[in-house]
Design a protein around this ligand. Structure first.
Ligand code: HEC
Length: 179
């Protein structure tokens, strides 16, 4: 092929590609009756495995934020963890009672330690929580999943910001959990 033909071939491929993607409806994979489409959508919602990855990342972030004295960030991470847990309660209703119980017995005391900005109490309740996480893995037939605090937080944010927080501010962030 000459250079001219190679160029024409490349242009044709590029435009062909553009034409292909622009004519493809982004939901073209969603077929069948409305009920079938809803079933397809329901089946691709995140289950507990996906939820748990975010859940555990947030727990590590919360720990290191609290250690750095960034109680606002610790409160935020816990609030977000509860939100993703609620996704799990919805998509895996058989696990909802265990998750709600875990929230009551393990997460509420942690929320209280955060509002009190009490590092000793936080550490104690964090350890109790980790045992409860792993007890639930055993109870649900996943004894090989043993959570442990990572060496570093995953969040790409500065944690030792030197900021101070009022009790009201922290209560506000954690209001759903504390109510
Ligand atoms: C309702 C009981 C329950 C509680 C409470 C619970 N987990 Fe899980 N966790 C599960 C189940 C069930 C799975 C397996 C999910 C699946 O099979 O889809 C899992 C999976 C995991 C995984 C593996 C995720 C993956 O696929 O890579 C991690 C990590 C994890 N949990 C961490 C935690 C942490 C951290 C806590 C506490 C903060 C916690 N879990 C609390 C039930 C629980």
């Amino acid at each position: 092929m000459t250079k001219k033909w190679i160029l024409i071939a490349v242009i044709a491929a590029l435009f062909g590609g553009v034409a292909y993607t622009s004519s493809e409806d982004c939901a073209s994979w969603l077929t069948g009756t409305t009920d079938e489409k809803l079933d397809t959508l329901a089946c691709i919602q995140p289950g507990l495995g996906t939820v748990m990855i975010e859940y555990s990342n947030r727990m590590g972030n919360m720990y290191y934020a609290a250690q750095a004295g960034n109680w606002g960030m610790a409160a935020y991470q816990l609030k977000e963890a509860v939100e993703i847990q609620e996704v799990g309660e919805t998509t895996r209703p058989s696990k909802a009672p265990l998750l709600i119980n875990f929230e009551e017995t393990s997460l509420k005391p942690l929320a209280q330690s955060i509002v009190d900005q009490d590092w000793d109490s936080f550490q104690m309740h964090f350890n109790i929580m980790v045992n409860a996480c792993n007890a639930c893995h055993v109870a649900t037939g996943h004894r090989y999943i043993v959570y442990q605090l990572p060496d570093q937080p995953l969040v790409p944010a500065k944690l030792d910001t030197g900021q101070t927080f009022t009790r009201e501010e922290l209560e506000q962030i954690l209001s759903d959990l504390l109510e």
